[in-house]
Design a protein around this ligand. Structure first.
Ligand code: HEC
Length: 271
């Protein structure tokens, strides 16, 4: 009996909490607060903010930024100081590379087509649940975009279809005692999937992607046989593979060796 009563009570409380939350989410500006009858509005919060016990219930799947604007001041200020501000080593604006030089350094770190393509960690996010995946991408130095070749139907591709905002990272293993060879490239951008029927699919394969080893051309093949074999392979993968195109909006490169050239370790390129 006692148990039954508490189950009913808990169900009622849960119902109240869930419907209350739905109400906050749907019409944050019209629900009066208990204290002063002012509207309950989710204000901008800092990234480090935490919910206290008086916070409205948060439904699973909702994250802070679904209701609040998140101010990144604390972190971006620190990064900005590293990039452009006054530090013990540099005056404001000193040691900042011109845009073309930053791009040249990025190309040096992650560039190279075909077999010189690089492996990256790609971060995607769906329903506020992040996923990181290792894969190979090729930087197109002209378009300044990255292309990857993937088996269709994997989770990261579903993420990209639902939410094209991605982040990638490339880094070299480094000695954490000295940071001597510290080199890492962080990318923010958007992703798009290119399917087999798109004329760009084959062009990207031919010009950029390292697919030839997969076609297993015989060592003694004539140039004509080789071309026929590669073409058949390109046709054959159109149904089961997709190409991801990543358009970087911002790339931040950290390279310890910049310091020896009188430059800041952190440099940033924006499209
Ligand atoms: C469903 C929408 C919603 C979600 C999700 C949400 N909040 Fe809130 N939050 C609110 C509302 C509405 C208020 C105002 C409540 C009040 O004034 O009593 C609030 C108030 C706050 C406050 C007090 C702000 C102030 O300046 O008084 C903080 C801090 C806060 N939230 C942090 C968070 C954090 C951290 C998360 C993520 C873990 C989060 N919230 C997720 C709706 C939400």
């Amino acid at each position: 009996m006692k148990n039954k009563a508490s189950i009913v009570l808990m169900t009622l409380m849960l119902f109240a909490a869930v419907s209350g939350c739905g109400r906050f989410a749907a019409e944050t500006s019209t629900v009066p607060s208990k204290a002063d009858a002012a509207p309950l509005k989710a204000q901008a919060i800092v990234a480090a903010a935490e919910v206290d016990s008086g916070h409205p219930e948060i439904e699973p799947g909702l994250s802070c930024n679904d209701c609040h604007e998140i101010k990144l001041d604390a972190t971006t200020t620190a990064t900005k100081v590293h990039l452009f501000g006054k530090t013990p080593a540099y005056n404001e604006g000193e040691g900042v590379m011109p845009k073309e030089r930053v791009w040249a350094e990025i190309e040096k770190a992650i560039g190279g087509i075909k077999d010189d393509s690089k492996t990256f960690i790609l971060a995607t996010s769906l329903n506020n649940v992040p996923l990181s995946t290792t894969c190979e991408w090729t930087l197109d130095p002209k378009a300044k975009k990255l292309y990857g070749f993937h088996e269709a139907g994997t989770e990261k591709l579903r993420h990209i279809e639902a939410n094209p905002r991605v982040s990638m990272n490339y880094h070299k293993e480094f000695d954490s005692a000295t940071f001597k060879d510290f080199l890492c490239v962080q990318i923010r951008g958007t992703a798009r999937l290119i399917h087999g029927e798109d004329p760009d699919f084959e062009r990207i394969m031919i010009e950029l992607l390292p697919y030839e080893f997969g076609a297993r051309v015989l060592a003694d093949a004539t140039p004509e046989q080789r071309e026929a074999r590669l073409k058949a392979f390109r046709q054959g993968v159109k149904k089961d593979f997709v190409i991801s195109e990543i358009t970087p909006e911002q790339i931040t490169i950290a390279n310890q060796q910049f310091r020896a050239q009188g430059m800041r370790v952190y440099q940033r390129w924006t499209r």
